[in-house]
Design a protein around this ligand. Sequence first.
Ligand SMILES: Cc1cc2nc3c(=O)[nH]c(=O)nc-3n(C[C@H](O)[C@H](O)[C@H](O)COP(=O)(O)OP(=O)(O)OC[C@H]3O[C@@H](n4cnc5c(N)ncnc54)[C@H](O)[C@@H]3O)c2cc1C
Length: 370
Amino acid sequence: MAVTSDILVIGGGIAGLSAAAALAEHATVTVLEAEEQIGFHSSGRSATMFHYALGDRLVRALTLAGRGFFDDPPDAFAEVPIGRPMPVLVFAREDEREALDALDADISLFAELERLDAAGVRELCPLLNADAVHGIADRRGIRLDPHALLQGNLRQLRRSGGKLVTGARAAVVGRSAGLWEVATDGGESYSAPLLVNAAGSWADAIARLAGVRPLGLEPKRRTIITFDAPPGTSLDGLPFAKTVGDELYFAPESGRLFASPMDEVPSDPCDAQPDDYEVALAAYRMEERTTVKVERIHSKWAGLRTFAPDRRPVAGFADDAEGFFWLAGQGGFGLQTSPAMAAVVASLIVGSGWPVADVSSEELGPARFG
Ligand SMILES: Cc1cc2nc3c(=O)[nH]c(=O)nc-3n(C[C@H](O)[C@H](O)[C@H](O)COP(=O)(O)OP(=O)(O)OC[C@H]3O[C@@H](n4cnc5c(N)ncnc54)[C@H](O)[C@@H]3O)c2cc1C
């Protein structure tokens, strides 16, 4: 079989495209994406914030390592802004104060935070009700544009001679004579010595196809609704506002508000659809923690956030199959960590510099699951 490229990447979400764009500077790269368009699954269904109120130390370190990229993106990303400033507010009731203190201490290692009292909380987010009496604010949050981010990575990939093939669902994956061979369900064949598995919620399924031990990835559904803000609300200055516990977040969205009940419902890999219960829960929690009445839901969607067993991302070569590279488990932080993770992948595959001083390759590698 003819060798298609040095590296085949399965998955045209943010993980696969950003890694492919970084790798294409050093090698020939082909990305296979099952859907007709990029970002159809998780990467196009996100809340799209760059913030530090999720994940653990390692996730925050990866997020911080990508900050420079978002502040000053490479040329290929110049066409459409990949983000705009939006403050982040984590708010708490009196009985949640200890949890807020703990989060404050964790995030302060990575970002400059302001501590807010009840008046400060209300000033930053007038929609919150009187229960919100404590807050921490990061004035340097970024609302990302996932489509601009995906397109910028695609542009970068193509400028370096890399290729994206859409409508190319990997159906058979095998290794022979030192090459990974992938046959798509459309009957096309691709081969390369190195395969990057960036198939998001399907990454374990790809491993099974390839005869590689799966990691135990768990896709979890998360729901978002949009609705009108109360008449007269100035949406411009509103923050991305989140409860200190994982109950609710909301933010301005295209002239309306969006909210999520921060659900994590286990799911098979699929085209995730919102469930009535979580849609109602989003509206209920919005009314419980703010002064907003959710009269009519304008739109709703759901996406899968796929976690490794320790809820940390995975990047590294499988120890049970030559040339099989895992790039999975981006959970709820795959957009904001994509610049750092792409640089990690390039470092591990083509030997460019290691990008995150505080994170080791062992912490990210699949061998940690035994
Ligand atoms: C509601 C919600 C809110 C979120 N909020 C944030 C946030 O604020 N900040 C943040 O950074 N992240 C956030 N995320 C997480 C982020 O969206 C994900 O971590 C990220 O999109 C994962 O990217 P991915 O490329 O791994 O997966 P995907 O985007 O799902 O891409 C995987 C791709 O692989 C393809 N594929 C699968 N099987 C095959 C096959 N056999 N052959 C070829 N292709 C295949 C799929 O079609 C898919 O396009 C959120 C996610 C959700 C759902």
